[in-house]
Design a protein around this ligand. Structure first.
Ligand SMILES: [Zn+2]
Length: 191
């Protein structure tokens, strides 16, 4: 999967979860020379995002990957996300975000208490969400295709309710679970 790179400096919202880690990999693979990653520190996400940066940096030693932590300002997930976008976009970056399409109702009947942001809400010349029309199951398949599935699964934390391991009940936990199951892959992540 080739990502079209903008002329502007690239920023990526890196959550410490699975999808944004795969997007960081794809940006590097697509030829980005410098990527500024931003993480809003929520439920220890800065720690996991740090592991992701180290992991991908090892694969692409020639890419200059920066990592900045944004202080959490709210307990409301949408407020946190909007704060992150605002903070980063004001700095003049072209922003990438790994928001995916939701699973189908059949795969995950409990849709959704928190829906990912829609790129349609943002000017396309300033921001891109390359995974917006595909599901997490398809992102997992992409990771498998490039041989990075277990490496990324092992260090990423998708749960929004715990700082470590998984609650097993939140929307993100369930989405990750059904998405691995749909591919018949085992999720080696234990966080
Ligand atoms: Zn959870």
């Amino acid at each position: 999967m080739q990502i079209t790179l903008p002329q502007k400096p690239i920023a990526l919202m890196l959550s410490g979860g699975f999808d944004s880690a795969v997007l960081l990999y794809l940006l590097c693979k697509s030829g980005a020379k410098q990527i500024s990653c931003f993480t809003i520190d929520h439920m220890n996400s800065a720690y996991y995002a740090g592991l992701v940066v180290d992991h991908i940096q090892e694969m692409f030693p020639d890419v200059n990957i920066g990592h900045e932590i944004l202080e959490k300002v709210s307990d409301n997930m949408m407020q946190i996300i909007n704060y992150g976008y605002g903070s980063v976009s004001r700095q003049g970056y072209f922003l990438f975000d790994a928001a995916t399409r939701n699973p189908t109702l059949e795969d995950l009947p409990d849709l959704p208490h928190s829906r990912p942001p829609r790129a349609e809400n943002y000017p396309r010349k300033l921001m891109d969400c390359p995974f917006l029309e595909i599901t997490k199951a398809e992102v997992i398949a992409i990771a498998h295709h490039y041989g990075i599935l277990d490496g990324i699964a092992a260090i990423t934390h998708s749960c929004t309710e715990t700082t470590a391991e998984r609650c097993g009940e939140c929307w993100q936990c369930l989405e990750r679970k059904v998405s691995f199951a749909k591919n018949n892959f085992v999720d080696v992540g234990f966080f």
